[in-house]
Ligand binder design. Sequence first.
Ligand code: ATP
Length: 238
Amino acid sequence: MLEVTSVSAGYGALTVLRDVSLKVGDGEAVALVGANGAGKTTLVRTVCGLLRARGGRIVKNGTDITATPAHNLAQHGLAVVLENRRLFGELSVRENLILAETVGRKARGADMRFSWDEVTALFPVVKERLASPVELLSGGQQQMVAIARALLLQPDLLIMDEPSTGLAPKVVKDILLVIKALRERGMGLLLIEQNVGIASEITDRAYVMSVGSIVHEIGPGEWQSFLTDERLVKAYLG
Ligand code: ATP
């Protein structure tokens, strides 16, 4: 369970997040949607310790991780796929994955949630390109490497920031299939997504963010009524 309570954060004199609270239960898939610049990425960066929270608390499985740096997140079962992927471009796919596997092994010991074979089986393309420097891969292939790497960190909750943005429809479809397979295995998911069609396809419920605050909640079973209410969609997503 991830619990974000009254979190505020920003950059220099700019306050972006104001009093943001949200929860993701064990094995639950929750979306965070909102227009450009709403503060979604800022929330991801704050939760994963890349940006310091100025107030509030972030708790994972009962442990306060508000001040936990990003490199210690795996110990708390949290892995993130950032928008810019943050892979080591000059290293091979295999080297990128081995680094993650090492961290995951340290975090989980013998009790691994995802083995190397399972992860590479989820992404045949990744398996074919293990020897290739990451920078030679297409955007879609790099996204798959980024997800594979996150899984090797052995999370029970995956945070994904716009995993489909800028990718070809075929690749998006492949990635959605993998996310669905992970969900069936009980993986928790916090999906940051501007495309509400995609978000509604793979999550149970959602938070809508606008100008740094949560302004609306889409409850379980409410996606369809939200999406067909033009007034709501326009008001919250522009
Ligand atoms: P997008 O979908 O475009 O990524 P977002 O909802 O993720 O939007 P953020 O990227 O969190 O929004 O940006 C929220 C606000 O914070 C914006 O006004 C943005 O200009 C500002 N901001 C983001 N990163 C920085 C930074 N490194 N320094 C200063 N301001 C920033």
